[in-house]
Design a protein around this ligand. Structure first.
Ligand code: DC
Length: 226
């Protein structure tokens, strides 16, 4: 059967990864959370106390980062490893969330991540979510979905997720972080978050996860069978 690449882009906390993971499972494709790569790079820079304006130090640091995705045999989910360590949980912390957009705006960082993402997708059969997948990483992707949802719905969803890990977190903090990331991601110079011209928009403010998944799976099957 024909294999395609599926690009899922959109605003922060729209449920992109959840839907991408479900689609990949249903189609038996590889799921890649490209945001996890930027988060892992940001984590490394934080650990190394790197100055984000020091371009030479950044180039050097990127040479020391090895990223891979490995399946967690208990959950069946693909998790991100950095330099031999599973960092899937660490990269979700607020400190990383507050720095990642600045890190993801650095040209050398994007070149480093995009090259790896394109390599993963070269044989097709990949569902990748992010901000620039349909515009930059896989401009030839057969199916591009641009996800969006009302900001309060997104804050509520992310708050539920984060408060399970950090009970002290407030909705105000979550909202401020989300809005600042959306602003930085959509206004940066290098491949900003933007809907690809040929992407279909999926506003899930009022859709259940099942409803949106069915819709996306139908679009995917239409492309696979066309
Ligand atoms: O999807 P996420 O929230 O885990 O992404 C973390 C950050 O990485 C987000 O602020 C934007 C950035 N990002 C990006 O610039 N390009 C991508 N393809 C994926 C994420």
């Amino acid at each position: 059967m024909k294999k395609i690449n599926i690009a899922i882009d959109g605003w922060s906390s729209c449920g992109k990864s959840t839907m991408a993971r479900q689609l990949a499972k249903a189609l038996n494709y590889i799921f890649i959370d490209s945001g996890a790569m930027y988060r892992a790079i940001a984590l490394y820079f934080i650990q190394q106390k790197l100055d984000l304006n020091d371009h030479i130090a950044i180039e050097k640091a990127l040479g020391n980062i090895s990223l891979s995705f490995q399946k967690n045999i208990q959950t069946g989910n693909n998790e991100i490893w950095m330099n031999g360590e599973n960092v899937e949980q660490l990269i979700r912390e607020m400190e990383v969330a507050s720095k990642v957009s600045a890190v993801a705006a650095i040209k050398a960082v994007r070149a480093f991540a995009v090259a790896q993402q394109q390599l993963i997708g070269k044989n097709k059969g990949v569902v990748m979510d992010g901000r620039d997948i349909g515009t930059t990483v896989f401009p030839e992707a057969e199916l591009k979905i641009f996800m969006t949802a009302n900001v309060d719905v997104r804050v509520e969803r992310r708050f539920k997720e984060l408060s399970a890990i950090n009970p002290l977190i407030t909705t105000e903090e979550v909202k401020a972080n989300l809005q600042s990331r959306d602003h930085l991601d959509s206004t940066r110079e290098v491949s900003p978050l933007k809907k690809a011209e040929d992407a279909v928009v999926l506003d899930n403010s009022e859709l259940s996860p099942e409803e949106q998944f069915e819709m996306a799976l139908r679009w995917a099957n239409e492309k696979i069978n066309s």
